[in-house]
Design a protein around this ligand. Structure first.
Ligand SMILES: Nc1ncnc2c1ncn2[C@@H]1O[C@H](COP(=O)(O)OP(=O)(O)O)[C@@H](O)[C@H]1O
Ligand SMILES: N[C@@H](CCOP(=O)(O)O)C(=O)O
Length: 304
């Protein structure tokens, strides 16, 4: 039997739409082993009641991809999923499911596929690489297509605390992609290039005070924020409470704030959202430099 931990991710980091993602220090767990039955799927934890237990299960779909790539048929498998990443909140639950399935299947079969091939398969399943790349590789990852190839670079993880504010309602990535326009004004695209340059430089030079502008986004937040009551007020109040930078996580509705010390920021975000009748769960976490490929049969803190 193999067991893999997969970190949650915050994709679209600040202005890095479809390009920059960061792994976080809380994890889903995927275990794969033999079974006398054709297929057994057990699911525990967040949203367990909403997850399919048949061959449509996203983790199983990813497992099938690896088997098929190697000319094999998945058979007599038991899959156990322990979910900590909430579903459809912008913290990479689908990325974690896909990466968990790919890495677990590859490990079960003796690790024949290199990580670049796993990233390619994960991107094919998810449609964009910015959340699957940090889930697989850990850290802050810049990723994108070069024709049909996925290129990536891993940056040093920032020395910051991450406040994650998770509203109770779900927002499916597919739905919140539909709200995005086909075109935006040139001036707004220029502003976004400027902001993402500050984001990357602030991380590389450890000048986190520049995240005040380096986490600003002008590509997707103006549209997706319409689905999140109070979004810009929450951002403003969190910055006033000392956050380095605040942004939507993935496709939302979760908001993340990077801070030197997160506690006061978390309290302010919770209260700010409550003014708009949005209840949130606040998680205090950190960037995670290890991805699923580093957390196979991991023996340490955690469940594996
Ligand atoms: N552990 C899991 N096992 C199986 N499917 C999952 C799991 N986690 C997420 N999914 C699938 O991914 C969907 C959510 O994906 P998505 O809308 O992209 O949200 P997120 O922002 O959380 O990635 C769920 O509705 C479910 O179909
Ligand atoms: N670039 C994607 C990122 C989606 O991340 P998720 O965690 O919400 O799945 C997008 O914005 O659509």
């Amino acid at each position: 039997m193999v067991c893999v931990l997969i970190p949650a991710t915050s994709a679209n980091l600040g202005p890095g739409f479809d390009a920059v993602g960061m792994a976080l220090s809380f994890y889903n767990e995927v275990s794969l082993g033999p079974s006398p039955k054709e297929l057994e799927i057990e699911v525990f934890g967040d949203g367990a009641e909403l997850i399919s237990r048949d061959k449509n299960n996203l983790v199983y779909v990813a497992i099938t991809k690896v088997f098929e790539k190697l000319g094999k048929t998945p058979r007599n498998l038991k899959l156990t999923l322990k979910n900590r990443v909430p579903l459809a909140r912008g913290l990479g639950s689908s990325a974690a499911a896909i990466v968990g399935g790919l890495v677990a299947a590859n490990a079960y079969l003796g690790n024949p596929l290199p990580s670049d091939e796993l990233l390619r398969l994960a991107t094919e399943l998810e449609g964009h690489p910015d959340n699957v790349a940090p889930a697989l590789l850990g850290g802050v990852v810049i990723s994108g297509f070069d024709r049909d190839k996925v290129k990536y670079l891993k940056l040093p993880v920032p020395e910051v605390e991450v406040v994650v504010a998770i509203p109770r309602f779900q927002l499916k990535t597919a739905d919140s992609r539909q709200i995005l326009p086909a075109e935006i004004p040139f001036s707004r695209a220029v502003l976004n290039v400027n902001r993402v340059s500050f984001l990357i430089a602030a991380f590389c030079l450890k000048k986190y005070e520049y995240l005040q502008i380096g986490m600003e986004d002008y590509l997707h937040q103006p549209y997706r924020s319409q689905l999140i009551p109070g979004f810009y007020q929450v951002v403003e109040e969190a910055k006033n409470a000392g956050a380095y930078g605040v942004a939507l996580s993935g496709s939302g509705p979760t908001v993340i704030a990077l801070a030197k010390e997160g506690e006061a920021v978390g309290r302010v975000i919770k209260e700010a959202f409550l003014k708009f009748n949005v209840e949130t769960e606040i998680i205090y976490t950190r960037p995670e430099n290890r991805g699923a490929i580093d957390l196979i049969n991991y023996k340490g803190e955690g469940d594996c």
